[in-house]
Design a protein around this ligand. Structure first.
Ligand code: AKG
Ligand code: FE2
Length: 225
């Protein structure tokens, strides 16, 4: 199995953190073998990923400088990611943290995406996601926070501009780490990479719930089509 085991207590702590901060870290979620396998898969998928450099008008014109691959392509190209997304152990872990049953996303484009920051200045600017939960798996990451690529987030944000008021929380992650985000109501962004030769590659798995109101903004199509 690609995932390390968590105690019920650990998952309860993560659930509390998610409800309080909109964010819950899951350090070293991937086993060394799981990380190796997924990183190799990400390198293969990166060959067909597309470079994006633009400002997203519908998210306060926040910047996107990154290489991405949308779920509709990943679905065709990667049996591994297809299986991972519906892995019963993973779904059980997500259920435990969010306190309800996660439901897989119907839209293939947004179900899972690959985001690669790999040039100095690369950044994934401010936004919220269309679906309530994001499980973000780190396949490559700078070793320390000094190289950038930090997640910044504001729970229950009234506006994306809340990220600029000095109240944003931030988190650094290493390869093999993961986090869960209440991604539809938590404003979030990834800070610019500061050093050359550093890569930050994540696989974002999106989940919804039975009670969630479906939402669809143009942003996912602009970044992943
Ligand atoms: O890379 C990250 O940590 C965040 C990814 C993200 O926000 C997204 O894919 O919507
Ligand atoms: Fe996001």
């Amino acid at each position: 199995m690609a995932f390390t085991q968590r105690s019920t207590d650990d998952l309860a702590v993560a659930g509390l953190r998610l409800r309080t901060d909109g964010y819950a870290p899951l350090p070293r979620l991937l086993t060394p073998d799981g990380l190796q396998t997924l990183r190799t898969e990400a390198h293969r998928l990166a060959e067909i990923a597309r470079r994006r450099d633009f400002t997203m008008v519908c998210t306060d014109s926040s910047p996107r400088h990154m290489t991405t691959l949308g779920g509709h392509v990943i679905e065709r190209e990667s049996a591994l990611v297809r299986r991972l997304y519906e892995d019963p152990h993973l779904l059980a872990l997500v259920a435990e943290v969010i306190g309800e049953t996660p439901v897989t996303v119907a839209d293939p484009l947004e179900r899972y995406v690959l985001n690669i920051l790999h040039r100095v200045g690369d950044t994934h600017g401010a936004h919220t996601d269309d679906h309530p939960y994001a499980l973000v798996l780190f396949l490559e990451a700078p070793d320390g926070p000094g190289a950038g690529g930090l997640l910044e987030y504001v729970p229950r944000a009234g506006a994306l501009a809340d990220l600029n008021t000095g109240t944003a929380l931030s988190a650094h992650h290493r390869a093999g780490d993961a986090y869960l985000l209440r991604s539809d109501t938590t404003a979030h962004r990834v800070t610019s990479l500061e050093h050359a030769g550093v890569r930050r590659t994540v696989l974002n798995l999106a989940y919804t719930t039975r009670s969630a109101t479906p939402r669809s903004t143009p942003s996912a199509r602009a970044l992943y089509m």
